[in-house]
Design a binder for this molecule. Sequence first.
Ligand code: GLN
Length: 448
Amino acid sequence: VAYYLHNIKEKAELNAFLEVFEEEAFAQADAVSKKIANGTAGKLAGMVIGIKDVLAYEGHSLQASSQILDGFKSLYTATAVKRLLAEDAIIIGRQNCDEFAMGGSNENSSFGPVLNADDPTRVPGGSSGGSAAAVQAELCLASIGSDTGGSVRQPASFCGIVGLKPTYSRISRFGLISYASSFDQIGIITHSVEDAALLLEVMAGPDDLDSTVSHREVPAYSQQLATNDKKFRIGYIKDCFEREGLDAEVKDCILGVKSMLKDAGHEVEAVDFPYLDFIVPTYYILTTAEASSNLGRYDGVKYGFRSPNVTDLESLYKKTRSEGFGEEVQRRIMLGTFVLSADYYDAYYTKAQKVRRLIKEKTDELLQSYDFLILPTAPTTAFKIGENSENLLAMYLADIFTVQASLAGVPAISIPVGRDEKGLSIGLQLMSRSFEEASLLAFSTYIM
Ligand code: GLN
């Protein structure tokens, strides 16, 4: 704890943490040391973990990096966080992110951007940017983030670490601030696949407080990391590699891994995925629709911030929401409200639902023939702060490789596989069949 607290202070300019629980972390460490001494310590004894500012932790501030939740404190603890604590993890602080997890660069936080520790003029990715930079810079051992359309995988790729989005419903979402509920998953950011496996094992599984959570048995992922020389069938989506905007060095690096796998005796084949052009629009129609509904609750009455300039109920809603939400969140609420409005519902929302179904069916079909699909996590390495903020379309299109797994609900992981000439890290993304995190993790350790 002292080591990480020292690093947090030393690297405060990264802006990764919104709040550090110094005293509490020391108290937890003391308690854990005693348990270790008497042999009763849990599986995560001594693991120092940071949590993204979208996870409830009783008695602690919770803001989703937004001003609209200014002053709000959690009344309960997220199931995932509770399970970490029950296994004696130490929670060291609350991490910066894009406001309500909407973004891919951590530039949308009302607390300012997070910097990439490899090059502080660049973004760490987003929305779990603080969580990724914190692991990258050794401010904590692991972070718990959320991934709706890539928010743990893409920042992991930009920061040279591991980011896992489990199957939709594998981890209870109770206590996770909702962005787009049919996509949201708690995700894990670590240096090693082994740590990710252990954390998944602890957090996954049934929970009476989340009716959507899976009741499937949770394998001992951390004990199943050997591939025992098994040869796998691997598909790579051809069109991904022919995309305009895919950085040449990223492309070469991922194709290099592909060849390495082939040389090692795995069956590697090119596959077609005909819906690549539709995945980003489908993702943004559905997620903004769900967000516009989910964020309706922040009305100035129940939570956090209330505008001081209100004259009546109508102005309370309007002023609170226009002063409390940042620009990107307002844009998405409006887009989502539009696609759900009576005149446009069928043209946008219903149609996007149908396209989502096609994307899911095609993805599942490919994963019947192949154990894993491989592709880049992101089209580029970490970009400069401000570089994409004027070009929203470019920012949204940069999610092209991560949103497929989110639309399909399948698990996906980003692992670091190389660096470009500037020394910036490149992530390889792997997807597997739903609930096959065990083989996904095992294969990731094999590649790393
Ligand atoms: N960049 C994507 C978005 O802005 C993903 C965000 C996320 O996964 N929370 O929606």
